[in-house]
Write a protein that binds this ligand. Structure first.
Ligand code: GDP
Length: 194
C-alpha cells in the first residue's frame, strides 16, 4: 500500500489532524512535545498514514534530541520516497509567516521550508495545510496565503496552487478538502505504480 506521511513542527495541530482523519480517540492532542521519536502508522484502507514526530525547536528539549528527531524523519522519507504518494505538511500559519520573515533577513532557511524543499526535491507530492487560520483576520487570509505561496517559491495567487489548504483543524475546517486531496494523490499513485 502507498504511504501518506504527516509532517510538521510540534504544536502545529498534527495530532488534531491524525485524530480527525483516523477517527482514533487514542491519539492525544495537546500533549507535551518532543519526548517521542516514534513513527506511528495507521492502515487507512487504500493507504498507510504515517505520523512523524514533531520536529524543530521545542522548549526544554536538548538540541541533540531535536537533531535526532529530524534525522529520523529525513531518513525515513529518503528510504521510503518511492512508496510515498503524498506528504501532508502542517504549519501553524501565523508563527510560520513571522519566523520566515525574521529568518529571511538573516539569510537562513527555517526548518519548515527546509522540510518542504526536501519533500518536493524527492518528487513527493505535497499537501500544505495552513492551520490555525482562526488566528488570522478573515480579510487578511488571501494576503497571508499569498505570502506562504511566495515563500514556497510559487507564484501567487495561492488558490491556483492545488496543494495549499487553509484550515482550522480544531474545528474540523479544511479536513474534507485534505481528505479529497489525499485520495486524489493515492489514486494517481496507484495508477502510475500499478
Ligand atoms: P501537535 O503537537 O502538532 O500534534 O499539535 P496538537 O494537535 O497536539 O495541537 C496543539 C495545540 O494546538 C492544541 O492545543 C490544539 O487544540 C491546538 N490547535 C489545533 N488546531 C488548531 C486550530 O485550528 N486553531 C487553533 N487556534 N488551535 C489549534
Amino acid at each position: 500500500k502507498p504511504k501518506v506521511i504527516v509532517v510538521g513542527r510540534s504544536n502545529v495541530g498534527k495530532s488534531t489532524f491524525v485524530r480527525l482523519i483516523t477517527g482514533r480517540k487514542d491519539v492525544k492532542v495537546g500533549k507535551k512535545p518532543g519526548v517521542t521519536l516514534k513513527i506511528n502508522e495507521y492502515d487507512m484502507g487504500d493507504y498507510i498514514l504515517v505520523d512523524m514526530p514533531g520536529f524543530g525547536y521545542m522548549a526544554g528539549v536538548p538540541k541533540k534530541v531535536q537533531e535526532a528527531i529530524k534525522d529520523k524523519i529525513v531518513h525515513y522519507i529518503e528510504n521510503h520516497a518511492d512508496e510515498i504518494a503524498a506528504a501532508v505538511q502542517i504549519i501553524d500559519t501565523k508563527p510560520f509567516i513571522e519566523i520566515v520573515e525574521r529568518w529571511n533577513k538573516k539569510g537562513e532557511i527555517p526548518i519548515d521550508l527546509e522540510m518542504f524543499d526536501f519533500i518536493t526535491d524527492l518528487k513527493i507530492s505535497p499537501i500544505l495545510v495552513a492551520n490555525k487560520m482562526d488566528k488570522i483576520k478573515k480579510d487578511k487570509w488571501d494576503e497571508v496565503l499569498d505570502n506562504i505561496c511566495e515563500y514556497l517559491k510559487c507564484q501567487p495567487p495561492w488558490h491556483q496552487w492545488k496543494f495549499i489548504v487553509p484550515a482550522i483543524l480544531k474545528k474540523g475546517i479544511g479536513i474534507e478538502e485534505i481528505k479529497k486531496k489525499i485520495n486524489e494523490r493515492v489514486r494517481l499513485y496507484k495508477r502510475l505504480h500499478g
